[in-house]
Design a protein around this ligand. Sequence first.
Ligand SMILES: Cc1cc2nc3c(=O)[nH]c(=O)nc-3n(C[C@H](O)[C@H](O)[C@H](O)COP(=O)(O)O)c2cc1C
Length: 232
Amino acid sequence: MPIPTNRIVGPAAHGRHRRKLAWCRCPGETRRGRSLAVESWAHDPLASAGMKATTLTAQPRDPIELLRGLRAVREYRPDPVPDAILDEILEVGRWSGSASNRQPTEVIVVTDHETRQQLAQNGAGPAANAPLAIVIITSGDADRHDLEVFDEGRLVERLLLAARALGLGGNIATLKGDGPETIKRALGVPADRRAWVVVTIGYIDGAARKARPPRPNQGRKPGEAFVHRDRY
Ligand SMILES: Cc1cc2nc3c(=O)[nH]c(=O)nc-3n(C[C@H](O)[C@H](O)[C@H](O)COP(=O)(O)O)c2cc1C
């Protein structure tokens, strides 16, 4: 699988860089000019944050491990997310596919402390401690509600995967109760738009994550309860 080669690599995200070409599958990828990009994929934030392989993939060795290992991360260090890293995450999001390519999503990037507390108070709890919250706005077309929600989900997953690939953790949360309308007013979102989902992103606080009380229902149902072949 070709590795992206035009990526900006922010210094803060990759302090633990190792010259490791774990994902390199392409001839020529060992050139020095490309190795930084490859390193950023090989870098495993969860392993370096003290996570166990049983909790999350300790060292994503290939794209499938990255995809399968994506988990909800709600424990963040206060370090800000560098603009170069944020830009990359947003650019991945901007290229999300959408139904009929209507591109009904927009995002509001929130770093302001007070606004994040307001997001948390309105249902998106992890925004309180995340250095960065991304409020997803959709066009609010009632006739295309299901498609918009689908498009929104695709966008969110891509943002989270991009964050993970760049050495950060993230989570999705929803605004509850009157939260969507309250937040729309607070952020100046036009009344006809829809705001429901908040993505939080930040560097993983490994110690806080390790100290979490054990939570039930953390795994996934077995494959035989998930996959049907040929018929239900
Ligand atoms: C549609 C949707 C809504 C969610 N809402 C919240 C939420 O409001 N707050 C929150 O902390 N997590 C929320 N989550 C995250 C889920 O709790 C998380 O994906 C699930 O527990 C699996 O976590 P894991 O991958 O770490 O096992 C939401 C996830 C989805 C897909």
